[in-house]
Design a protein around this ligand. Structure first.
Ligand code: SF4
Ligand code: SF4
Length: 437
């Protein structure tokens, strides 16, 4: 049995070795039980071991092991919670990364269903889908914008495995990068820094308004912005589905492009939590080398970057908020921002406007594609319902969250639109949203 989270390790994809490692970790988690509340994986795991008088994790069948893996949606909350992780304990336990290894092993050994692979192939190709969807307005509205439960969505579920009952984030009519290239030139009065924005496919194709507000807020604060290469997906959908080869191909291309940006004097800014996590952590594991480390060390979440600048000697943010400031803001903290271990920078940023912040720390159960897959809807929806209830209970004047997919789940459950924190800051500056063409 090899304890490894390194995808390049010769035993990484070995089935017997991975299953022994699953047995070791399942046994430790069963004894610990600290993570029972985060997701369905842990209760399922405990139930399979508890039925045996001797509570031996070694008695779990491969199918039972796989059931636990299938219910993990990579929120990383168990990793944050765990006192036995590689850098702090000899058990060297990294549950989410073991689930990634197990998924990759199953894919390598032909144990992933065709349907699962098809859904990954359809939903994972975010750039290809995004380019088509943003250029085919009416067709996109009919197919992708069809109401949950409608006949079209049922056909999409049957063919592509995307749940027919979940609300999907709609596509924009025009891409963020198109807006960025065509906007009037701006002159910075108080130049403080220089960044390259990695827009992520969610901002590029689905909510360009987030990117537009980011650029305007940054430029107001003297931060020169450029686009990081060609707008591209970070590859997370493939990583989280066990398709290590496709992920690594995407990751290598992005690492090269982003490292060049850093060498050109730019820091990298990412407005979506999952993608930021992938650039900071996963590229180091799956690509490795000096360039991946350079990218990781120079990548920031969008709010993290602003707060860091504000705290840098001789630099500061413009605190002249003359626009609309809500009295109270409900702020949902996405799991993948918590996993970045950077503190609550979006909360700190919105606090600067003078608004009172009400925190909601509850997973949305979407985590990339997991919650949108038809086979996971019955597990994911109750998690999203809990989040919706907490958002309603908080009763903030405005609802915010950094993750566009979690925000879509909030909209699905409450009917309320949730905004990215930078959009609230933009409104507080008096910057109005642009009409999305
Ligand atoms: S990463 Fe999240 S979903 Fe996966 S096992 Fe840990 S807590 Fe559960
Ligand atoms: S992941 Fe760590 S903290 Fe969570 S149940 Fe397992 S051993 Fe305990």
């Amino acid at each position: 049995m090899t304890i490894t989270y390194d995808p390049k390790h010769p035993m990484y994809l070995d089935e017997a070795d991975t299953r022994h490692e699953l047995e070791r970790v399942y046994d430790l988690c069963h004894g610990c039980r600290l993570c029972f509340k985060f997701c369905p994986s842990f209760p399922t795991l405990f139930s399979y071991i508890d039925v045996h008088d001797d509570q031996d994790a070694g008695k779990m069948t491969p199918a039972q092991q796989d059931h636990v893996i299938d219910e993990c949606f990579q929120c990383k909350l168990c990793y944050i919670n765990c006192p036995y992780t590689p850098n702090q304990h000899e058990w060297a336990l990294d549950f989410p990364r073991l689930m990634l290894r197990a998924d990759a092993m199953r894919r390598e050994n032909g144990q992933m269903s065709l349907r699962n692979k098809l859904t990954t192939a359809v939903m994972g190709r975010t750039d290809a889908i995004g380019k088509v969807a943003t250029s085919m307005g009416v067709v996109t509205d009919v197919v992708m914008g069809a109401k949950p439960g409608s006949l079209i969505r049922k056909v999409v579920e049957k063919t592509a495995g995307i749940s027919s009952v979940r609300l999907l984030p709609p596509f924009a009519r025009s891409r963020f990068s198109t807006w960025f290239k065509n906007r009037p030139k701006t002159t910075l009065l108080n130049r403080q820094a220089k960044v390259a924005v990695f827009p992520t496919c969610l901002v590029e194709y689905q909510d360009p308004g987030i990117g537009q507000d980011l650029i305007k807020v940054y430029e107001r604060n003297g931060i020169e912005c450029s686009l990081a290469g060609e707008a591209a997906c970070c590859g997370a959908p493939f990583l989280h589905s066990g398709d290590v080869d496709t992920f690594t191909k995407i990751a290598k291309k992005n690492v090269k492009m982003l490292a060049d940006e850093v060498r050109a004097g730019n820091e990298i800014v990412v407005p979506q939590p999952t993608c930021g996590y992938v650039l900071k952590k996963d590229y180091v594991d799956y690509v490795g080398g000096a360039d991946a480390t350079l990218v990781a060390e120079n990548t920031y979440d969008a709010a993290e970057y602003l707060i860091r600048l504000h705290k840098t000697e001789g630099k500061s943010l413009d605190l002249n908020f003359t626009g609309e400031i809500p009295e109270t803001i409900t702020y949902h903290t996405p799991c993948h921002l918590r996993a970045q271990n950077i503190g609550l920078k979006s909360r700190d940023l919105m606090k600067l406007t003078g608004a009172k912040i009400k925190l909601v720390q509850q997973c949305s159960g979407i985590d990339g594609m997991w919650g949108l897959r038809a086979e996971n809807a019955h597990l994911s929806i109750p998690i999203a319902e809990k989040l919706g209830q907490m958002i309603n209970d908080a009763e903030g004047d405005v609802v915010t969250g950094d993750c566009h997919l979690a925000n879509t789940a909030i909209n699905e459950q409450t009917g309320k639109q949730a905004f990215h924190p930078l959009q609230v800051v933009a409104r507080a500056y008096g910057i109005q949203p642009e009409e999305q063409k």
